[in-house]
Ligand binder design. Structure first.
Ligand code: HEC
Length: 139
């Protein structure tokens, strides 16, 4: 029964193509166009979902401010940016010409000073921290 149906459909398609190839081509084009449209819809839907996810993540973000990061991770050794176990942080512009250099130093650490990997200090928090450090009052 099924085989008969398939054979019939095939035969019909064949005779249609023999009689008017352009109709078949047109039908194929229409089918292609329709599926392309629905793919566009699908892409839009995925984009909307991604956007929503991003907004939700942002609204739930626990990014710390520069000051909060500093108190948590730096203040023990650089009390309020002054001399402690670590040096005073009042010569940053002399020692770190660019924010990128300062960020690399903070990520890597040096000697006694521990590094700060992304797991404990995300990129936003590092940005905030660098802004805070750059704004520390000079003696
Ligand atoms: C365990 C103590 C300790 C902690 C915690 C610490 N530091 Fe340090 N830091 C040091 C020491 C010691 C040095 C000197 C390193 C060297 O030159 O060998 C230093 C050097 C620095 C320097 C270079 C200063 C300069 O002018 O050359 C910067 C900038 C700095 N620390 C920032 C930070 C920041 C930001 C944090 C927090 C994320 C932090 N440190 C946490 C001990 C610490």
């Amino acid at each position: 029964m099924l085989i008969y149906f398939v054979k019939r459909t095939y035969a019909t398609a064949q005779s249609m193509f023999r009689r008017s190839p352009s109709v078949v081509v047109m039908m194929l084009t229409i089918i292609l166009l329709l599926s392309a449209c629905s793919m566009g819809e699908e892409v839009k839907r995925i984009q909307a979902v991604n956007e929503m996810e991003r907004e939700r993540a942002q609204s739930q973000s626990t990014d710390l401010t520069g000051e909060q990061v500093f108190i948590r991770s730096c203040n023990t050794c650089h009390p309020r940016g002054k001399l402690g176990v670590g040096p005073a942080l009042d010569q940053l512009s002399e020692h770190f010409a660019t924010d990128e250099m300062l960020k690399r130093f903070i990520r890597m650490g040096k000697g006694v000073m521990p590094g700060n990997p992304k797991e404990t200090l995300n990129d936003v928090e590092l940005d905030n921290l660098v802004k805070y450090l750059r704004a520390l009052p000079k003696p």
